[in-house]
Design a protein around this ligand. Structure first.
Ligand SMILES: [Fe+2]
Length: 392
């Protein structure tokens, strides 16, 4: 829908963004600028043991680094954050440096909460549970997708309940994001595609959100253009530093966009099948995207049409409805071009679990921001059925 005189919004993005090839060499200077002289690096075992990325950052931090917590799995959990906090506290840390993908960054956000407030992470689940800023957090992403380097949210799994918990608070937005294309060069093609699809879903959901607003629109539309152009190149040639860099920029733009406008049903579904079936977040978004766009098209075809235009579709002779559906079709084609799956069936989600997935997704925090209001799990089930079979 076009904006009217009823428009009101709040746009907030406090993160200092440092971009450039080898910009991670500035990590020490940036950390010191935050007034932090003792930080732990939060990362995963692969980056720490199998690459030299973390060792190089340890080196540039020098005495500012008081330890490395490298136990972050690909799907972080409450126990991981609580263990990381115990480790950081034992090292006398007063800040965190996250190095990795969304899981490492979100774990560091949780540790930063506990370093300030103490207790257990469970105590802070929900929205705006904090009343002061957490300890300094410098973020160095090694994937181009989550946007977590600039957002107020951390998604942490409760492994006992098989649910993803959201911790959303403006006090946990990282202070600095260093975007160094060199650090994403080692990401394999399929992970490059899947994390890039996550960024694309952030941009599309920001534009089609019930809380959409013009500044986020502008950022998201440019993110879509960049992803359409550069993601296939980054997937085909991982060492192309320009493609890697443009994808880092796109992911951050999309992160700022959805950090303000929020995400909707695509993420509600991705969170659900991620928690229940262990499907990678970006891959789940890639699959859910076109089916949710089709569902939303009856109410917000004009927003979908904006997406179509940013994807390079000539919409001049199309109605908004046709352009919106063309955008959804283009996403399926894009997923295929990137080598990503396009159905839940391919992801191994059992058809018999779809009804239960719909029940969980309707309770996900993202669903309330979906551009087309959703009140009934039966509506989500319709989308899930189409996404499962791939049939319209
Ligand atoms: Fe996401």
């Amino acid at each position: 829908m076009p904006y009217t005189e009823d428009l009101s919004f709040l746009f907030f993005t406090p993160t200092r963004i440092v971009y450039g090839v080898n910009s991670s060499r500035d990590a020490g200077v940036e950390l010191r600028n935050l007034g932090c002289t003792k930080a732990v690096i939060v990362t995963d075992a692969f980056l720490y043991e199998k690459t030299d990325i973390v060792k190089k950052i340890e080196k540039v931090l020098g005495p500012l680094c008081v330890g490395v917590f490298s136990d972050v799995p690909s799907d972080s959990g409450l126990h991981v954050v609580n263990n990381g906090y115990a480790y950081a506290k034992s090292r006398g840390a007063e800040g965190v440096v996250s190095v990795g993908g969304g899981s490492a960054i979100d774990t560091a956000k949780g540790i930063a909460i506990l370093l300030k407030e103490g207790g257990k992470l469970e105590d802070y689940q929900g929205f705006q549970m904090l009343n002061r800023k957490v300890v300094p957090h410098l973020c160095i992403p090694t994937t181009a997708g989550t946007g977590s380097e600039v957002t107020y949210a951390a998604v942490i799994k409760d492994h006992e309940k098989h649910q993803k918990l959201l911790f959303g608070d403006h006090h946990i937005i990282p202070d600095v994001a260093i975007l160094d294309p060199v650090l994403t060069v080692g990401l394999p093609p399929l992970m490059t595609a899947a994390t890039g699809a996550d960024a694309l879903s952030h941009a599309i959901e920001a534009i089609t959100s019930a809380q959409r607003e013009p500044i986020a629109d502008a950022l998201a539309l440019h993110a879509i253009r960049l992803i359409k152009k550069w993601l296939p190149i980054a997937v085909k040639n991982g060492t192309d530093l320009n493609a890697r860099g443009q994808m880092l920029i796109a992911a951050t733009l999309a992160g700022v966009a959805f950090g303000n406008a929020q995400v909707g049903m695509i993420h509600a579904i991705a969170h659900t099948i991620g928690a229940r079936h262990g499907v990678h977040h970006g891959t789940a978004n890639a699959v859910a995207m076109p089916y949710v766009m089709r569902y939303n098209n009856t109410d917000i075809a004009e927003e979908n049409a904006m997406v179509a235009e940013a994807l390079g579709i000539d919409t001049r002779k199309m109605t908004a409805e046709a352009a919106g559906l063309a955008a959804a079709d283009a996403i399926i084609a894009f997923d295929k071009e990137l080598g990503l799956p396009t159905t839940l069936k391919e992801l191994g989600v059992p058809e018999s679990d779809l009804a239960a997935c719909a029940q969980v997704a309707i309770a996900d925090g993202s669903i309330v921001y979906n551009g087309k209001p959703v009140f009934d799990p039966a509506e989500i089930l319709l989308v899930l059925r189409e996404a499962w079979s791939g049939k319209k």
